[in-house]
Ligand binder design. Sequence first.
Ligand code: A3D
Length: 320
Amino acid sequence: MARDKIALIGSGMIGGTLAHLAGLKELGDVVLFDIAEGIPQGKALDIAESSPIEGFDAQLLGANDYAAIEGANVCIVTAGVPRKPGMSRDDLLGINLKVMEQVGAGIRKYAPNAFVICITNPLDAMVWALQKFSGLPKSHVVGMAGVLDSARFRYFLAEEFKVSVEDVTAFVLGGHGDTMVPLTRYSTVAGIPIPDLVKMGWTTKEKIDQIVQRTRDGGAEIVGLLKSGSAYYAPASAAIAMAESYLKDKKRVLPCAAHLSGQYGVRDLYVGVPVVIGAGGVERIIEIDLNRTEQKMFDKSVESVENLCKACIEIVPGLK
Ligand code: A3D
């Protein structure tokens, strides 16, 4: 059986890390694409030269022509510009929307059967636009944000409880931004919900509120430290988990920006919700019960995603 083919559209900080992880995990052959000449070729060669040491077999190719992504099973899109300190994700909208138009056309032409994972910010609007520009089925175009946001939440909770990150599960819903909705009720340590752990005296409500806020500001915390560019190790790990679930038909339940067509009362928007990812792409959208406070936070988050999509339509009226 031939190897799977993973196309990375954008070969910057996340793109390079994705290529390395895809190699290490032997997910398939990798094509790094970018408009910058030499960068994808250089990164591909560098990673290929690590393969004899790490012991993985994969072809790594760098390219500046979309023809190189032909027949890819998975495309992971990071093309665009990242945030600089003081910039919000939304400041990136105009520039990255134009990039999504080019990427959508490239995928439509050369990899129409791929499972597409978008990472470019502002995420929920860019993945929505990319699906429209590419014309691929909605089940096959998905945004990465929830896996990263919930990983940050899990890490902070594991630190607070002094337990293994493996035993902490967490759920973060809504858009990727300041309005994301970390759900403490559905977050657990080995099955024990956080509110019960508060009652058991493991932590306090104030401490959990601080962790929720730190999760919401997780991206900005890294941008502030790095001073140029934004997070890339954890975002790459998150997208690889989604790609792996598709390629190996693992049917993992992961929070992703998925296209909603009535679920949670939302129509034709991409919003972060729990989904099942398997060989069929997004195979199921899971609708969980939200209490009144959670629903209010979710609605606020949806409203901000809707406003971003409206801003996209103002720039490219044909997107409607
Ligand atoms: P960076 O290292 O700048 O890489 C972006 C790459 O895109 C560069 O190599 C550019 O040359 C390339 N590029 C620019 N325009 C085009 C184009 N038209 N076609 C093809 N390639 C192009 O950024 P990065 O890898 O750090 O981040 C990539 C994106 O991910 C940014 O938009 C970030 O804001 C976003 N991001 C999202 C998350 C989420 O959780 C959703 C987290 C971190 C970063």
